[in-house]
Write a protein that binds this ligand. Structure first.
Ligand code: AHR
Length: 509
């Protein structure tokens, strides 16, 4: 087995990795909300006020920091007043993006905020610019967060909720270049300023407003949004929040084929394994390039970059509704996730939040539920998120990799090892991904600057590249203790199995 070295200066912490890069996304799409999160009080599936108990329990283990809702494309069709009040009196609507099904609005604002409370997570509300109005958005934040007897606070109370909620994150539109209105960026930039102005801070609730950003490498979109900020370069305001919005978003999905045939989630060749991982690695380049544009206008890094949609997007599972975006999730998806998370850690100075799409039953889900039996399955991607909870709000550590083999890919030389690290208090966590489909790899952790007095390691792998979890075999891909960690005169020596993800936890003196 070849050797790779990872040099880590444990005493040189870098920018903090916001826990919010471990954010999630729940859209009214297929079986994400209905059947995934919400089954209603009368369901046989155990639930609390209609919300699945097993889903809440599984997600609590991930300490999910924020949940984005109600879309996605759905957000720009959504009128929040349809989702409040007695459920049997709520108006219906057509979910034209996702399956052309009728939405009964039984899951609305109160149900979502209830879900956030059960999960112990922050709400990230995505507001409607495409088909909504400034007044509608303004009243929604008043309804959610105002404490006194204002008209919207009164309405909320009449619907059974006395106390205002906290809403720390608010999206100003979604994919405004596409499903969110097919707008030109110049037009949207003006709207983003206008709408953000009316998403007010009520009752001590401080909102972080995120304007709908670019797709993939559309640097022009980011550039025009950055030009729309006021006085970002003034040194005397370097610590003040940017305004009138505080962040711009970026969406990027990993697929191996064209839009019309994105590739199968479970039936793929070794070449497609590598292609998916190379395209996942492209996220790092995107963050660099969008970050460079942002740096030109915002040298003090007051504006956040929020990757509020990312993940794999495969062809739907055969026999399922093409509009429901239900796909299986294999070991390959897990490694796509770990490669993205490494990139977010490396760009911690600019990337303040990220949301994998989507939490349950849609795209690169954490959890899959069986529509007939109700059985819940944790996906391989779920396990990567769980193994990485030690990176939440930890200080990033540079990892200098040497001796990493590469493979010639579609557009680049694909490094076959990906790594990142962080430290928090008396601990450090090192994440290592071996992208090699066939060969294991020994990595020497050259640990400098602090004494390491204890270690433990876990590994996520499986016999096959496409191994996945099902109700019959729920733990086909699940983390286990990795014993292949040995002392080395530079620190530790870790043997990564072929196609695996490993975390090494260190106790520091
Ligand atoms: O996540 C699925 C969809 O992908 C979202 O609704 C949309 O924003 C994006 O195109």
């Amino acid at each position: 087995m070849d050797q790779t070295t990872a040099i880590i200066d444990l005493d040189l912490p870098g920018p903090r990795i916001s826990r919010h890069v471990y954010g999630h996304f729940a859209e009214h799409l297929g079986r994400c909300i209905y059947g995934g999160f919400f089954v209603g009080e009368d369901s046989d599936v155990p639930n609390e006020r209609g919300i699945r108990t097993d889903v809440v329990e599984a997600l609590r283990a991930l300490s999910i920091p924020n949940l984005r809702w109600p879309g996605g494309c759905f957000a720009d069709d959504y009128h929040w007043r349809d989702g409040i009040g007695p459920r049997d009196q709520r108006p219906r609507m057509v979910n034209s993006h996702w399956g052309d099904v009728v939405e009964d609005n039984s899951f609305g604002t109160h149900e979502f905020m209830d879900l956030c409370e059960l999960l112990g997570t922050d709400a990230y509300i995505s507001g409607n610019v495409g088909s909504g109005s400034v007044a509608e958005m303004s009243e929604w934040i008043e309804y959610l967060t105002r404490a006194d007897d204002s008209p919207m606070a009164d309405l909320r109370r009449r619907n059974g909720r006395d106390e205002p909620w906290k809403v720390p994150f608010f999206g100003i539109g979604n994919e405004a270049w596409g499903c969110g209105g097919n707008l030109r960026v110049e037009q949207f930039a003006s709207l983003a300023r206008q709408y953000s102005t009316y998403v007010r801070n009520h009752a001590g609730n401080e909102v972080y407003r995120i304007a709908a950003g670019a797709s993939d490498a559309d640097l022009h979109w980011t550039e025009v949004l950055m030009q729309s900020f006021d006085a970002l370069d003034r040194a005397e305001e370097a610590d003040a929040p940017a305004g009138p919005f505080q962040a711009v978003s970026l969406h990027y999905y990993t697929m191996t084929g064209p839009w019309a045939d994105k590739g199968s989630a479970t039936e793929f060749s070794e070449d497609e394994w590598y292609l998916a991982l190379e395209r996942a690695g492209y996220m790092d380049q995107l963050l660099t390039r969008h970050g460079q544009v942002m740096d030109r206008y915002d040298p003090h890094r007051r504006v956040g970059l929020v990757v509020d949609e990312w993940g794999t997007w495969w062809n739907v599972e055969p026999g399922t509704n093409p509009g429901f975006l239900y796909q299986q999730n294999t070991l390959r998806d897990a490694l796509v996730a770990s490669v993205h998370l490494d990139a977010f850690h490396r760009h911690a100075e600019r990337v303040v939040m990220a949301n994998i799409a989507q939490t349950v039953n849609v795209l690169q889900a954490m959890l899959l539920t069986d529509p007939e039996s109700g059985a819940l399955v944790r996906t391989p991607s779920y396990h990567v998120f769980e193994m990485n909870t030690g990176h939440h709000d930890a200080d990033s550590l540079d990892v200098h990799l040497q001796g990493v083999p590469t493979r010639t890919g579609e557009k680049s030389e694909l490094p076959l090892v990906s790594a990142s690290a962080s430290t928090r208090g008396g601990t450090a966590l090192v994440s290592l991904t071996n992208l090699d489909a066939q060969a294991g790899r020994t990595v020497v952790l050259d640990l400098r600057g602090r004494d390491v007095v204890g270690h433990s390691a876990r590994v996520l792998s499986a016999p096959g590249l496409a191994t996945h979890n099902t109700p019959e075999a729920p733990d086909a891909v699940a983390p286990v203790t990795l014993d292949a960690v040995r002392p080395h005169d530079r620190g530790l020596e870790v043997t990564l199995p072929a196609h695996s993800y490993v975390t090494v936890s260190l106790t520091l003196a």
